[in-house]
Design a protein around this ligand. Structure first.
Ligand SMILES: Cc1cc2nc3c(=O)[nH]c(=O)nc-3n(C[C@H](O)[C@H](O)[C@H](O)COP(=O)(O)OP(=O)(O)OC[C@H]3O[C@@H](n4cnc5c(N)ncnc54)[C@H](O)[C@@H]3O)c2cc1C
Length: 436
């Protein structure tokens, strides 16, 4: 008899767990994967997708293509009753599916950790999904084009002011890559001056890039400030109502674009499950990636990994938890798949232990910063390392080849700087024609 395995979430953890499980226990399991999107998003390439160095379609990996033999359901997980071995899923068409399973893998990742800041929900945008990267690129290029066609200096300033909140590595990469793209685009606008462009980063801590340590964070701060980018440390965004930006240091200015990159929290849907959770809302997991009670008792039939799981970091020692990162998510997923196969085969499960290798960040074309196993790199070598590492990491030969082709094309023809802002209103031209 086959075991029904239900994987909730088709990101890093979902995709790699399914691949490993299929390889190690293919004929013993019947796998179903549920995700709101029909693809896995390779998030480390989102800044380059926003900056036009990679075609956005190439940073996502279609689940059906990679997971042959796995049932893929596109829908939103809304609840889970593990006591009944049942998950509730809502499809895009409003249907409700109750899915039964024998073993469940919780791989629902994280969502932006927002704050109740006036105006944020109205004008803010996140930077976690490919649609946000595409929209940010179109917004920036579209606003540059509009700013070139206005004589009103106040309007021009407002259109060309882009505010980012949160200077961790995802935020800094998005900030630096899109500024680099905006500067490149400005060369085609003789009506605009480089000083018209304003990129502002607001960070509540006293440093940026905490993942890279003080020295490399300090280096990045210096490099970005030299590029004319404004970075305010120990400062909070207090309000952005109607595009009026108010910072805790007393500054006030207007901006239409606010990008929120201030960290993540575990997926809130976990609150609608009967699985044991840690103090910050993650599913509580053992180093074997089995879900466990607070006392460490295994909850049979439930597994969890990645950003939505609280997994002890054995490499760091007592009391430490694995940070939310792709590095952990991929390795945990592979072990989870192997452990689940071992468990079904009556073999022993192993514990997760991984020494974090370091971080690489791209700061625009030919610019980067990296700290890998104690080795610190700056500028072009770090940028090159960033590209080679992530090219090797993105799943599937198909995606690797397409990304390399994008880079090669950009090498000869420069990156594409066309704004496709109208893509967000596809019916406008037709409606205008029909109305006339
Ligand atoms: C811009 C950016 C850059 C990054 N760069 C790096 C980097 O360079 N190195 C690094 O180590 N880490 C990086 N990270 C972090 C890394 O991407 C995450 O740690 C990793 O994605 C976690 O994997 P996961 O499988 O837990 O979650 P995810 O990959 O987020 O997958 C969760 C999946 O669940 C789905 N889902 C969510 N809710 C529901 C629901 N209710 N119903 C159905 N499906 C749902 C989502 O659609 C998604 O596919 C970056 C993150 C961002 C945002």
């Amino acid at each position: 008899m086959t075991t029904r395995v239900l994987i909730l979430g088709g990101g890093y953890v979902g995709l790699y767990t399914a691949l490993t499980l299929k390889k190690k226990a293919g004929n013993q399991v019947d796998i179903t994967i549920v995700d709101r999107r029909p693809y896995m998003t390779y998030q480390p390439f989102l800044p380059e997708a926003a900056a036009g160095s990679i075609e956005p379609r190439h940073v996502v990996v279609p689940l059906r293509r990679e997971l042959k033999g796995v049932r893929v359901i596109q829908g939103k997980v809304t609840a889970l009753t593990h006591a009944d071995r049942q998950a509730r899923v809502e499809t895009d068409f409003g249907d409700t599916l109750d899915l039964d399973y024998d073993e469940v893998v919780i791989a629902l990742g994280a969502v932006p950790r927002t704050l109740p800041i006036p105006g944020l929900a109205e004008i803010g945008v996140g930077f976690k999904w490919v649609e946000e990267a595409i929209s940010l690129r179109n917004t920036i290029l579209g606003r540059i084009a509009r700013a070139a066609s206005t004589e009103d200096p106040h309007m021009r300033r407002r259109l060309l002011t882009f505010v980012f909140v949160g200077g961790g590595f995802a935020g800094i990469e998005a900030f630096a890559e899109t500024e680099d793209m905006a500067r490149a685009a400005l060369r085609h606008y003789p009506e605009l001056q480089p000083a018209d462009l304003r990129f502002v980063m607001v960070e509540a801590m006293t440093r940026i890039l905490p993942e890279m340590g003080e020295e490399m964070g300090g280096y990045t701060l210096e490099v970005l400030r030299k590029r004319g980018m404004e970075i305010y440390l120990a400062t909070r965004l207090e309000s952005c109502e109607g595009g009026r930006i108010k910072l805790s240091d007393g500054q006030e200015f207007d901006a239409d674009t606010v990008v929120w990159t201030a960290g993540v929290k575990p997926n809130p849907v976990l609150a609608d499950t009967d699985l044991p959770k840690g103090p910050r809302g993650h599913v509580n997991a053992l180093p074997t990636l089995q879900v466990a009670t607070e006392d460490g008792e295994v909850v049979p039939g439930a597994w969890a990994a990645g950003d939505n799981a609280q997994v002890p970091d054995l490499a760091k020692g007592e009391g430490a938890w694995c940070a939310p990162s792709a590095q952990h998510a991929v390795r945990q997923a592979r072990l989870l798949g192997a452990n689940l196969a071992a468990h079904l085969g009556g073999r022993e499960v192993k514990e997760y232990r991984h020494q974090h290798l370091g971080t690489v960040a791209s700061l625009g074309l030919n610019k980067g910063v990296a700290q890998i196993m104690g080795v610190k790199l700056r500028g072009w070598p770090a940028w090159f390392m960033h590209r080679t590492y992530h090219m090797a990491q993105i799943p599937s030969f198909n995606r690797k080849a397409r990304v390399v082709m994008d880079w090669t094309t950009a090498l000869f023809f420069r990156r594409d700087l066309v704004s496709m802002g109208r893509i967000h209103e596809p019916r406008r031209a037709f409606k205008e024609a029909a109305d006339s």
